[in-house]
Design a protein around this ligand. Structure first.
Ligand code: SAH
Length: 287
């Protein structure tokens, strides 16, 4: 490298340090490769956040600090997200018990991510519930900000690792306080995160009454066998072996897939060994 090149690159480096780019996260492999929609995504974001003019009018120093803060919290979000996908529910519960602020950090990053999705899976689930009787009792496993409970008239039990409002029950959802056969609908919306995800589905099976429904929405890339994801057929087979019938598989959305299962009336007394496919972690990278 010549001195000139090296100086230029040093200058560039310095310039970058002075003007850190705000960190934007990208869902690895799930954001459509054809980035023609980048502009439309940006436009959507602008609409959702009320336009960019407010931030461009801010003084420079404030822009710099905002960018720095965003970069730091983006990094923490990626770290927490990876942790949740690669540890057990019990470990995640212990982690957030020790540091509940990290839960807020995670959810700020999560909401930021979701603002890039054209359609939210939780809304599909809410619409499904709204089309059914409001007398159905619902259990929302990994409820986040408990949007389902806020949007429907049904009785909803909302579970998450940390309770940010009194209606949310803090627990590891492999072990809820619900009675067996006591609810009509169980929901996992982007929440099959732990390495022990099968124990969450077993818990849902326990608390569901016969013919009760299990609704699962998950990130599409986790079920893309050509990209290291699970084969959806293996996943459906495992859930059915547990004691469900498959009612719906919807692959039409770009970002997430939806599964609906119905709990079998009769529990099979021949306990099969169930082969649960590994669901790959859904990681985000900086862009
Ligand atoms: N269902 C919500 C939030 C999805 S984010 C929505 O669609 O908006 C996934 C949520 O699952 C997080 O809030 C996370 O804390 C929760 N979660 C992950 N593992 C959990 C576990 N073992 N027990 C309870 N909640 C869990």
């Amino acid at each position: 490298m010549t001195t000139e090149e090296s100086t230029t690159s040093k200058n560039r480096k310095r310039k970058r340090q002075r003007n850190p780019k705000p960190s934007k996260e990208e869902l690895i492999e799930t954001t459509p490769k054809n980035q023609n929609n980048k502009k439309s995504q940006r436009d959507t974001k602008v609409q959702q956040h009320g336009g960019s003019s407010a931030s461009s009018k801010r003084p420079k120093s404030s822009n710099f600090l905002d960018a720095l803060r965003e970069r730091l919290s983006g990094g923490q979000f990626r770290m927490l997200n990876e942790k949740l996908y690669t540890c057990s529910g019990k470990e995640a519960l212990d982690y957030f018990k020790e540091d509940p602020e990290m839960f807020d950090m995670y959810h700020t990053g999560y909401q930021q991510q979701m603002s890039n999705w054209p359609e939210l899976p939780v809304n599909s689930i809410i619409n499904w519930l709204l089309s059914k009787s409001s007398s159905l009792v619902v259990a929302d496993f990994g409820c986040g900000d408990a949007r389902i409970a806020k949007s429907v008239k049904n009785k909803v039990f909302s579970f998450d690792l940390v309770s940010k409002n009194p209606s949310v029950i803090a627990c590891d959802m492999s072990n809820t306080s619900l009675e067996s056969s006591s609810v009509d609908v169980t929901v996992f919306c982007l929440s099959l995160m732990g390495t022990n995800y099968s124990s969450y589905i077993k818990e849902a099976h326990r608390v569901l009454r016969p013919s009760g429904m299990l609704l699962i929405a998950e990130v599409k890339s986790r079920f893309d066998p050509n990209n290291g994801g699970a084969d959806p057929k293996d996943f459906v087979k495992a859930v059915c072996d547990l004691g469900f019938t498959s009612v719906l598989k919807d692959f039409s959305n770009k970002m997430f897939i939806l599964f609906h299962f119905k709990k079998k009336e009769q529990v099979n007394s021949n306990q099969k060994i169930i082969k649960w496919p590994e669901l790959k972690a859904c990681l985000y990278k900086r862009r």
